[in-house]
Structure formats: structure tokens, C-alpha cells
Ligand binder design. Structure first.
Ligand code: SF4
Length: 473
């Protein structure tokens, strides 16, 4: 009988997701990606800078020892990608970033002044926008400023999102010198027709050169972002994109579903709806992608993410240490994240705080020497238990009922009687298995784990109830 060698056994990972077209049609609609719970649309303005400062000052009270991470939002982009739903500022004026960096420094100072005790950063992520919109001098200056305000752990994770159209292999070398050891490369699709339709022309050579340079300069993890469901995409074309991208051998691939919401995201109005793939084709694109990535040896981590079995994310998942935060999945464990920059979100203990979303407001608050928080949320005990359940589902596809009960002082079955009832419907469709001690998402439910999480989202439930009332009236 064939027996896998120990090295293969230890890289086993969770069972592969099963693609069930009917279930995807039924449960695969829009829904939160649960980078936080409650989701950011639940934040309130009653949570202000004073509340955030209070939590920064008392971060360690009660012996809690969550490690510390930084998220730095760099919002500028040189051109507009039509599918974009990020908080960004399109400009050709590089002078704007110089002003922005001065304000970032002011914010970092105000933050560290409020931060009680230890300020050692174990994970850092620069996102945007396009962080590499900054010049080499600006990238260097920003790193220096952060290193003077915070202490950085030796083996910490330092990640940056790059747009290959703004980076050369030399700039990748600079990023490595500055201490970055994780890189995320935006691609979406290599097909020229698709690139034209979304206004993002980027050659395969450009992407390849960046990935190669990152590997040569010792980056520990290289991620490539892809999107399916974009205008002009076809299963054949996307299969070619996948083959080209897999040949570059990134450690991780993020495969996002394009959500066409032009009323919410203005740039999407420039996309011709007639060019969008029909729902059946979109499903085919997803199927093609999953089959291809699996055949290339990638493991499905969850919610849009794939990784090589030896990548940190896959290892953290196998060890039960995977977490989810505003930057997606993280192998860095549960950490408090300090968000710096316009619209950045911080997560400290039981609170979330989001900075002002426009430059004017962000600068205005900092001009008054105030932390630029515009809104946030202090989680209730109910929010905390639901956050724990949703994290467990999103990261590990299972919920240990007993552990949640004792950590949150609840009787799980009684507390979640309504949710369990709803899950029984999903159990009949083989999406989940309900046992006395565990809720487990089956391989058939893995691609739809977001829908299982939604069952535990109290705010969505209330929204559905009020929609029902208004329909009835
Ligand atoms: S997708 Fe990225 S590069 Fe394109 S506009 Fe949005 S933030 Fe900028």
C-alpha cells in the first residue's frame, strides 16, 4: 500500500474544496469578506479620537499581551483601474506624497505618545493605493521615520503591495534593503483585452521581472493578486493567465471575485456591463482557476486565498495559528494593529478605529494635534463571541464549541440556537456538519465559508429582519 513520506504527510493541509455549481449559485452572492467582525460599515462616529487614545494607553491593562502590528495606508495611484474599490487618490502630482508623509509622521508621533509601554512591531504592512507611488527617497524616509518612532522585532514580517508598473528590479532591491520580506504584486489578468477593458496595461515581462527580483533578494513570500469576473474574461484566456502566473511560482495567489457595484464604486461605471462575463461563465472562471491552482500544488487557505504548502499561511493554518485582519489572512497570530494614514483602520483589543477618509479631514485633524480618528466601534461581549466564531470558520473551517463557550462564558447551543437552526438547513445540503462539540465546514462548503460566517453576523440578521418587515408592510 502506498504511504506518503512523512514530509508529504506533514504538508497535508485541509481537504480540498469541492466545487458544487448549484450551491455556489445559491450561496455565492455578495457578502462581507470578514476582515473584521463587526464589518466596517457598522462603525459609529460616537467612537472618536479620545476613545481610541484611551485604548492605546490601556492596551496592556489586565495582563493582555497581544503583539503589535502596523498598517500604513499610502493612497496615491498614477492611473485609475476601473474595477477598483479601494480608498485611493489618482494623481500625477508627486508633490502630494511629500505633504502626506509629513502628516503620517505627525500621526505616528501622536500614536506613540499615547501608546503605553512596549512599542515593538512584529508585523508591518504597507498598502494602498500604490505604496510604490513614493520615490526611493520617500520610501527610505518613511521607513526611517517609522523605525525612529517604533521598535521593530528582528524576525518580524514586513509586507508591501507593489504595482509592477511603478517598480523596477532595482527598486525591489531597495525594498529588501529597507527590511521588507513579503511582497504582494497586483496583476489581475495578463490578457491584453481584459487589461484594456479595465484600464490597467501591464506586460507579463514587467510582472515576471518583479517576481524574479523579489526571489533573488530573499523575500520570504511573494503573492500575486488575480481577479475573476472582469470584463472580457473567458475561461480559455483565464486558463492562460493562470498558467503564466503559476509558472512564475509565487508562494501565494489571491483570487478575488470581481463585484460590479457601480453605484458604490464610481470607477466601475467606466466598465461596459455588456463586457462582463455571464454568471455561468464567471462560475467557469472560478472552476478553471481552482482546478488549475490545485493541479499546480497550491492549497486553498480560505476566502479567496491559495498558498504553497510550505508558505507561512499554510503552515500557520495547519498549526491552528492562522488569523484574519484587515489585510486578509495573517500568520502573525492575534495582534493589535495600528493603522496609519487616511482611512486606515486600527484594531486594538476589543475596539476598531478608522481614520478620516478624505485627505482634507485627515490633515485637518492632525493640524489640531488630534489623532485623525473619524469613527470606530467598541465591541460588545456579543460582538466578541461572534468575532471568535467567524474567525474560527474563516481561518480553520471549524468551530470548537466548548472552547468558545468557556472563553466567553456562554452555553454555545443555547446562545446560538437560532443560528444552529439555520445551519441545519446547510447541513442538509452538505455544506456543514454539526456535531456535539464541533461545527465543521465540509469540503463542499469551503468555497462558501463566507455564507456560513454570515449566519453568525448579528447585524446582517437584523438587516434581513428589517428588510422583511418593510416588505411585509
Ligand atoms: S487597483 Fe490598485 S493601482 Fe489600481 S486604482 Fe486601485 S489602488 Fe490604484
Amino acid at each position: 500500500m502506498f504511504q506518503a513520506p512523512p514530509s508529504e504527510l506533514s504538508l497535508g493541509g485541509p481537504p480540498r474544496p469541492v466545487i458544487d455549481a448549484d450551491l455556489i449559485r445559491k450561496y455565492g452572492g455578495h457578502g462581507p469578506r470578514y476582515t473584521s467582525y463587526p464589518t466596517a460599515d457598522r462603525f459609529v462616529e460616537a467612537f472618536d479620537a479620545a476613545a481610541y487614545r484611551h485604548w492605546l494607553q490601556n492596551r496592556k491593562v489586565g495582563g493582555l499581551s497581544r503583539s503589535l502590528g502596523l498598517y500604513v495606508h499610502l493612497p496615491f495611484c498614477g492611473t485609475l483601474c476601473y474595477y477598483c474599490g479601494c480608498n485611493k487618490i489618482i494623481t500625477k502630482d508627486h508633490g502630494k506624497s511629500a505633504t502626506y508623509l509629513k502628516y503620517l509622521e505627525r500621526e505616528a508621533r501622536l500614536t506613540t505618545a499615547s501608546l503605553g509601554g512596549d512599542r515593538t512591531i512584529r508585523q508591518m504592512h504597507w498598502g494602498g493605493g500604490t505604496p510604490t507611488f513614493l520615490s526611493d527617497e520617500e520610501l527610505t524616509g518613511l521607513t526611517r521615520m517609522l523605525r525612529s518612532e517604533f521598535d521593530f522585532a528582528e524576525q518580524g514580517e514586513c509586507a508591501i503591495e507593489v504595482d509592477p508598473r511603478t517598480v523596477t528590479p532595482d527598486r525591489v532591491a531597495l525594498l529588501a534593503q529597507l527590511g521588507f520580506n513579503r511582497i504582494s504584486v497586483g496583476v489581475q489578468d495578463v490578457d491584453l483585452q481584459v487589461q484594456r477593458a479595465v484600464h490597467r496595461i501591464q506586460s507579463i515581462d514587467q510582472t515576471e521581472a518583479i517576481v524574479r527580483a523579489a526571489k533573488e533578494h530573499g523575500f520570504l513570500s511573494v503573492n500575486i493578486d488575480l481577479i475573476y469576473g472582469l470584463p472580457k474574461q473567458t475561461p480559455e484566456g483565464f486558463a492562460r493567465t493562470l498558467a503564466i502566473v503559476a509558472a512564475m511560482n509565487p508562494d501565494r495567489i489571491a483570487l478575488y471575485s470581481y463585484a460590479h457595484l457601480p453605484t458604490l464604486f464610481k470607477p466601475q461605471r467606466r466598465i461596459a456591463e455588456a463586457d462582463l462575463p455571464a454568471p455561468q461563465t464567471k462560475l467557469q472562471l472560478l472552476t478553471t482557476a481552482i482546478e488549475h491552482l490545485e493541479s499546480e500544488g497550491y492549497v486553498y487557505i480560505g476566502m479567496d486565498h491559495f498558498a504553497r504548502p510550505g508558505d507561512d499561511l499554510a503552515v500557520a493554518q495547519r498549526r491552528g495559528l492562522l488569523t484574519r485582519n484587515f489585510q486578509g489572512y495573517s500568520s502573525g497570530g492575534n495582534a493589535d494593529i495600528l493603522g496609519l494614514g487616511v482611512s486606515a483602520i486600527s484594531s486594538v483589543g476589543p475596539i476598531y478605529a478608522q481614520n478620516a477618509k478624505t485627505l482634507e479631514e485627515y490633515y485637518g485633524r492632525l493640524d489640531h494635534e488630534t489623532l485623525p480618528v473619524q469613527r470606530g466601534l467598541e465591541l460588545t461581549s456579543d460582538d466578541l463571541v461572534r468575532r471568535a466564531v467567524i474567525q474560527a470558520l474563516a481561518c480553520h473551517f471549524e468551530v470548537p464549541k466548548e472552547a468558545i463557550s468557556s472563553a466567553h462564558l456562554i452555553d454555545f447551543d443555547r446562545y446560538f440556537a437560532v443560528e444552529l437552526d439555520e445551519l441545519r438547513g446547510m447541513e442538509k445540503e452538505s455544506l456543514v456538519e454539526l456535531e456535539e462539540e464541533w461545527i465543521t465546514v465540509t469540503p463542499r462548503g469551503r468555497l462558501l465559508v463566507r455564507a456560513v460566517c454570515m449566519v453568525f453576523d448579528r447585524y446582517l440578521r437584523a438587516q434581513r429582519r428589517s428588510a422583511l418587515y418593510s416588505r411585509l408592510i
